[in-house]
Design a protein around this ligand. Structure first.
Ligand code: SAM
Length: 243
């Protein structure tokens, strides 16, 4: 079985060495007031943009040359998110779309606008484009997931839990290891990586969230953290910390 790690950490200070991960697949908070146990999902807009700038800079630091980052975002974020990522050094590659059977927020119905039933996935890379690999999925730029997130067969343990199949489809086509999800939530990305035989690291700032994900993945001890034997790049502290 490949190595996986789940631990509590702040994405604004990722506790990994420079150039140590090969692929990122993540979905940051959307700032829509979700009830995230201990995390406030309702920041003033400027602070929210600054938060995203900070963690994307950290993601860039820990990413190896040639690696890709898939960032799943709410549609109203993509307009400024691409710009902040490019200022950091990320190269924008493509926009993918995840179509889902349930909507985010209130239904538009007659009085509002359209029901919001897609999420955008911005694909960035660090440096030159590297070859993709053959996965078990199709290669078009949209993903149709037909199972509502409220009806996960294996149980729903997080309000923003990604469907496993979405993660396996993206990971199976994209090279790079270990895979990092700095906003791991339920651990779907780490679990999908594990199912595909790939090493993965998931961080989340909320200890109880990490614990539940660790139970779902059956890794680690009582504190919810698991080991990543054989990957020497991991250090528990941020490289700037004086320890
Ligand atoms: C959109 S959810 C991710 C859900 C995840 N993709 C899944 O499949 O379950 C965002 C997660 O980011 C976590 N979070 C919020 N701020 C954070 C930070 N500064 N560092 C790390 N995690 C954070 C929240 O606790 C939440 O679990």
């Amino acid at each position: 079985m490949p190595d996986i790690l789940l631990a509590c950490a702040n994405a604004e200070r990722i506790p990994l060495a420079d150039d140590s991960v090969g692929l990122i697949l993540t979905s940051p908070p959307y700032n829509v007031g979700l009830n995230y146990e201990g995390y406030i999902d309702n920041l003033p807009h400027d602070e929210f943009v600054e938060f995203n700038r900070q963690w994307m800079a950290e993601a860039y630091r820990v990413m190896r040359e040639g690696g890709r980052a898939y960032i799943i975002l709410k549609d109203n974020m993509i307009w400024w998110f691409r710009e902040i990522a490019e200022c950091i050094g990320w190269v924008f590659s493509q926009k993918l779309v995840w179509c889902k059977p349930n909507f985010i927020g209130k239904a538009g119905r007659i009085s509002g606008d359209w029901n919001y039933m897609t999420e955008d996935i911005l694909l960035f890379r660090k440096g030159k484009r590297t070859p993709m690999q053959s996965g078990f999925s199709t290669t078009h730029n949209w993903f149709l997931e037909t199972i509502p997130q409220s009806n996960f067969k294996e149980g729903r343990i997080h309000p923003a839990q990604l469907p496993l199949r979405l993660c396996t489809r993206i990971i199976s086509r994209t090279p790079g290891e270990p895979i990092l999800d700095p906003f791991a939530g339920s651990g779907s990305v780490v679990k999908a990586a594990n199912l595909l035989g790939r090493a993965a690291i998931g961080f989340d700032i909320v200890p109880s969230v990490v614990n539940r994900a660790a139970i779902r993945l059956r890794v680690g001890g009582k504190d919810g953290s698991g080991g990543l034997a054989g990957l020497p790049m991991f250090s528990a502290a941020h490289p700037d910390d004086d320890v």
